[in-house]
Design a protein around this ligand. Structure first.
Ligand SMILES: NC(=O)c1ccc[n+]([C@@H]2O[C@H](COP(=O)([O-])OP(=O)(O)OC[C@H]3O[C@@H](n4cnc5c(N)ncnc54)[C@H](OP(=O)(O)O)[C@@H]3O)[C@@H](O)[C@H]2O)c1
Length: 344
């Protein structure tokens, strides 16, 4: 029998944590013992994993050693990773972190398995592998095959990001505001997850603003893309929160060093790992958030040449932010790590 691992999920009750649990089940991940961890508020509650009840434990620094954790998937926020990831690494676990805390640390590999799996081998330096931002993952899966073929020099991207990107409470805020709208009480509705009402609105701000006028979310797309692709690509992002629950969409404008043909680009992308082309204009078919929920692939459509420049391409990219943008990528990293460490 192949090797099984003791796996901890830090943030097991959250939007991303719950998705990780489902994907571990679906993938038949080799789990010897599951250790679901959350705050003291959730400790003692149960989650179901592979049809068995498992008790949630409170996250403490000692728990990784006590439970002999070998793989620790963190998705409980940057401050929690800052405080607790080192204890997991010290206990001998590989930490796969979904938060932004370690991403730009030069000693920590930042990995999209379809793009830079070889970087995983650097994990031993700190014990940590970082998962990129949700918007970065789906974009980079779609641009890498085109960069390989045509040498990408610049990306301009506008995002349409679902409320679940800000966690469960943000999804609840949208639902409550819509209920308030139908009760004619929207003007009294509260907003905490976002700076403005999100129902029937779009908000051109995700995360805080930085000194250069861009938000932290936008700068994550810039800096993470360069780190993952090992290339100094020009990138400008406008990240927008929209009133959907799940599935991020992105309109991309790509500029290449050489001329590019939309038909050839579509063909190349159709062969790329975990990319699905949805691009039939006669049938009005293109990627949409409502069609990507619960899927582990990234959907690409509206692939077309620029009407002025032959070295430019436009396309629309959609993926389930909780899966492709977080949980699926984390589990794929874990699977690749097992393969590279030759445990299987
Ligand atoms: N949502 C996305 O699309 C997405 C994508 C990529 C990365 N991420 C990142 O993943 C992280 C989690 O996001 P989320 O959307 O899953 O958030 P969420 O739905 O708000 O869930 C937060 C999780 O963290 C746990 N937690 C909070 N405080 C804790 C503490 N003091 N000790 C232990 N556990 C604690 C919560 O447990 P309780 O239920 O006990 O409070 C819950 O399980 C964030 O850093 C986020 O930036 C999210």
């Amino acid at each position: 029998m192949s090797r099984e691992f003791n796996v901890a999920i830090v943030g097991a009750t959250g939007a991303v944590g719950e998705e990780i649990l489902r994907i571990l089940e679906e993938e038949n991940f080799p789990v010897a013992k599951l250790v679901p961890l959350a705050s003291a508020k959730s400790a003692g509650n149960k989650i179901t994993f592979n049809e068995k009840d498992v008790v949630i434990k409170e996250l403490t620094k000692d728990i990784f050693e006590a439970e002999k954790v070998e793989i620790a998937l963190f998705s409980a926020g940057g401050s929690i990773s800052a405080e607790f990831a080192q204890s997991a690494a010290d206990a001998g676990a590989v930490v796969i972190d979904n938060t932004s805390h370690f991403r730009m640390n030069a000693d920590v590999p930042l990995v999209v398995p379809e793009v830079n799996p070889e970087d995983i081998k650097e994990w031993k330096t700190t014990g940590v592998i970082a998962n990129p931002n949700c918007s970065t993952i789906q974009m980079i899966q779609a641009i890498k095959p085109l960069d390989d073929a045509y040498d990408l020099v610049r990306v301009d991207v506008s995002t349409y990001q679902a409320t679940s990107g800000a966690g469960k409470s943000a999804m609840e805020e949208l639902v409550t505001q819509m209920q308030d709208f139908f009760s004619f009480k929207l003007d009294e509705s509260k907003h905490e997850a976002f700076n403005h009402q999100i129902a029937l609105n779009v908000i051109p701000q995700i995360d805080d603003f930085t000194d250069n006028g861009y938000t932290k979310e936008e700068m994550k797309m810039v800096n993470e893309t360069k780190k993952i692709m090992h290339k100094d690509i020009e990138l400008s992002a406008t990240c927008v929160r929209v009133p959907t629950l799940r599935g991020h969409a992105e309109a991309l404008t790509l500029t290449f060093d050489s001329d590019v043909d939309a038909h050839k680009a579509r063909e190349l992308l159709s062969k790329a790992p975990n990319i699905v082309i949805v691009d039939d204009l006669e049938k009005n078919e293109y990627p949409m958030p409502a069609a990507c929920i619960d899927k582990n692939e990234t959907f690409v459509g509206r692939i077309r040449n620029d009407t002025y420049r032959e070295n430019m391409l436009h396309m629309f990219v959609v993926a389930d932010n909780l899966r492709v943008g977080a949980a699926t990528n984390a589990v794929r990293i874990a699977q690749k790590w097992i393969e590279m460490e030759e445990y299987n």
